[in-house]
Design a protein around this ligand. Structure first.
Ligand SMILES: [Zn+2]
Length: 263
């Protein structure tokens, strides 16, 4: 599930594969960019902001550009050695191919693919709240933004990337379990919002650098979460069956005993 840590890891893969390289070819398979050719462009750096990927480039005149992409639920970037078979996903999902002397980066099922002057990056990511994995992570600002909508459920508020950037459904469910909060609790009734956003940051940060997302410390399959993906299984703390229900436009998992509703 591409959450902030997955996107951070992906940015690092692209950084290792392409940073400093001069592109020897590109192939965009989305209509809007079909005529774009990045041959001769240099890759300056790869960065993430929340769940957005920013591949910063310089064109042949040295003008800075940013290739933006979003993984949403199903997107991915892979780096291959030249000549290696592109085996990660079916070819019809490919949206862009970037070739360099040392590596080929292939973007699968990418969303919001856009090439903009780097000076205009803010038009794509300026709405985001503080990035949990950014150098400028600011828990006070995240709390300030959350409290602006006090009647919204904490489950929905944590997923709103305008409040804080990087939490997806998995971390939302897990943070709320660990804090003993029902996902339906209104923001105004959360006793320690600062503690909640700080825990979210710690969970994402702990999973940087690996592809297995674990909030329990267990990396073994079936042991990586407390509630997420565990409908009808016993709560690891109290044994009650974990429940799954719709909340907003997403499903949420929670333990009704460990996460009592409060007003
Ligand atoms: Zn429980």
């Amino acid at each position: 599930m591409p959450e902030g840590d997955t996107v951070w890891n992906t940015a690092r893969v692209l950084q290792r594969a392409l940073a400093g390289a001069r592109l020897t070819g590109s192939d965009f398979r989305v209509p809007r960019l079909a005529a774009t050719d990045l041959t001769g462009w240099t890759v300056r750096e790869s960065a993430s902001r929340g769940k957005h990927l920013l591949l910063r480039l310089a064109d042949t005149d040295g003008t800075p550009w940013t290739l933006h992409s979003h993984l949403r639920m199903d997107g991915a970037w892979r780096a291959y050695a030249p000549g290696e078979r592109w085996a990660a996903r079916p070819a019809h999902l490919i949206r862009v191919v970037l070739r360099s002397p040392g590596a080929v980066a292939v973007g699968y099922h990418l969303h919001e693919l856009a090439l903009v002057p780097t000076g205009e990056e803010e038009s794509l990511v300026g709405h985001l709240g503080p990035d949990l994995l950014g150098a400028d992570w600011d828990p006070d600002e995240a709390v300030r933004r959350l409290t602006a909508y006090p009647d919204l459920s904490i489950g929905e508020a944590l997923l709103d990337q305008r409040n804080l950037a990087g939490v997806g459904n998995l971390y939302k469910c897990e943070v709320l379990f660990l804090r003993g909060l029902s996902p339906w609790t209104p923001v105004r009734a959360v006793p320690d919002l600062a503690g909640t956003v700080t825990l979210a940051q710690r969970l994402l940060a702990a999973n940087r650098g690996r592809w297995t997302q674990s909030t329990t410390g267990v990396l073994r399959r079936g042991g990586t979460s407390y509630v997420y993906g565990r409908r009808a299984q016993p709560c690891r703390r109290c044994g009650t069956a974990i429940r799954k229900e719709e909340l907003g436009d997403r499903v949420t998992y929670w333990c009704p005993l460990c996460q009592p509703e409060r007003e």
